[in-house]
Design a protein around this ligand. Structure first.
Ligand SMILES: [Zn+2]
Ligand SMILES: [Zn+2]
Length: 402
């Protein structure tokens, strides 16, 4: 595996006064306690820190579709990307995410809307509401931050992002790509990783040729490739980190001797049967005869030796064809026409407070509560019932800004 820049982004110490820490300082303090700064690789370090923030804010329980729905419900989709909203409006949006999450969760697993909202709100403001923009935040910043930090497939998130960056013909606008890179790179900066991943005006042109028309498929091919753009290597890693978190490898680490490794596992290509857990490998811990100069392979799954022998035999006997390399799905290059769903989904109620709907237990403006009081079931009805319905709604949602 390749090693990237070693520049360290070290979290500053938190000055502990006599009173309790504010939510953001508390978050940073807890992140420091995880010792992520000892991770040698900038991409893994950044991904680990962002995963930590994501879980602390319970964003790992909120899917990209829930986020897009919240943008619509709070009328952010009708605002220009450059428009700014004030803290009150951001607070309403953020708390609506958690109110809606609680509607989907069983009573025993409810989250504290107040605590989660305060944490996320403070973190977003520290990342984006700086300099001249103190006290307000751009709509585009909110969209990029939440679409990146929520749960869901990277492919779905990037399709949504592309819908925000493309013109009416479905072609990427380079200026908006630059805007996107500036916003998305504020996330590593918010966890003190700007020395490794920072924005500059040449990044967009280093990724795409500005003289070529870039479609959604070109965009996905480039951003989902391995390795992708260097400034964004932490992004697919954040998603891989989440997907391997519960993978168990029934092997012991050759350094710390911990058994049943979870997450990524590493194996030296030179030393026989030399296995490293992710904590030892990321932090450079070794034991003889292994050294950090040796090449290692990363594993995200575990196959028992009997399965491996079976696979080797099948390959040698050519009983089964070789598995084809996974291919990314293709999407229509042209944006599809927006469907009018007004006969299916009643319009939102008139905004009541500061041009913004108030929260009253059940939010009557939510897609969930429109179709049923039982929001858990209705979410499934809206988004999960059939692939066909899902794709229709996706198109409507993606096209909404155009
Ligand atoms: Zn170990
Ligand atoms: Zn070795």
């Amino acid at each position: 595996m390749s090693l990237e820049r070693e520049t360290m982004g070290v979290m500053p110490p938190i000055s502990v006064g006599s009173g309790p820490l504010d939510p953001r300082s508390q978050l940073i303090q807890e992140m420091r306690d995880q010792n992520f700064d000892l991770i040698r690789f900038a991409s893994y370090r950044t991904a680990c820190k962002l995963r930590f923030v994501q879980k602390k804010c319970n964003l790992h329980a909120i899917d990209i579709w829930n986020v897009i729905e919240a943008f619509r419900e709070n009328a952010l989709n009708t605002l220009e990307p450059t428009a700014c909203v004030n803290v009150t409006r951001l607070e309403t949006l953020v708390s609506s995410l958690y109110h809606n999450l609680n509607k989907r969760l069983p009573p025993a697993n409810q989250v504290s809307v107040e605590v989660c909202s305060a944490l996320l709100l403070n973190w977003l403001l520290s990342a984006f509401s700086t300099g001249e923009n103190v006290g307000k935040i751009r709509v585009f910043s909110i969209k990029v931050a939440l679409a990146t930090m929520c749960a869901g497939k990277l492919m779905d998130k990037l399709r949504y992002i592309f819908s925000q960056l493309s013109d009416g013909n479905g072609h990427l606008l380079m200026k908006r790509l630059s805007d996107y890179l500036r916003e998305v790179l504020a996330l590593p900066a918010a966890v003190y990783e700007s020395p490794s991943f920072s924005y500059n005006d040449n990044l967009a042109m280093a990724i795409f040729n500005q003289n070529v028309k870039i479609t959604v498929n070109d965009f996905l091919d480039t951003l989902m490739s391995d390795p992708g753009p260097p400034c964004l290597v932490w992004l697919p890693l954040l998603h891989r980190l989440a997907s391997v978190e519960n993978v168990v490898h029934p092997l012991a680490c050759s350094v710390c001797r911990r058994g049943s490794l979870t997450g990524f596992r590493y194996r030296c290509t030179r030393c026989a049967a030399y296995t490293l857990c992710q904590d030892c490998f990321w932090r450079g811990h070794v034991s003889p005869p292994h050294s950090n100069d040796h090449e290692v392979k990363e594993y995200a799954t575990y196959k028992s030796p009997s399965k491996q022998i079976g696979a080797t035999l099948r390959k040698s006997f050519r009983c089964v064809p070789e598995r084809a390399r996974p291919v990314l799905p293709r999407y229509p290059d042209q944006p599809e026409r927006t469907l009018n769903l007004s006969h299916i989904v009643p319009p939102s109620p008139v905004p009541a407070h500061n041009g913004f709907p108030e929260y009253t237990g059940y939010n009557t403006g939510s897609l969930d509560s429109r179709s049923s009081r039982s929001t858990h079931r209705s979410t499934y009805f809206i988004y999960r019932v059939t692939g066909e319905l899902l794709s229709i709604l996706e198109d409507v949602i993606f096209d909404d800004h155009i």
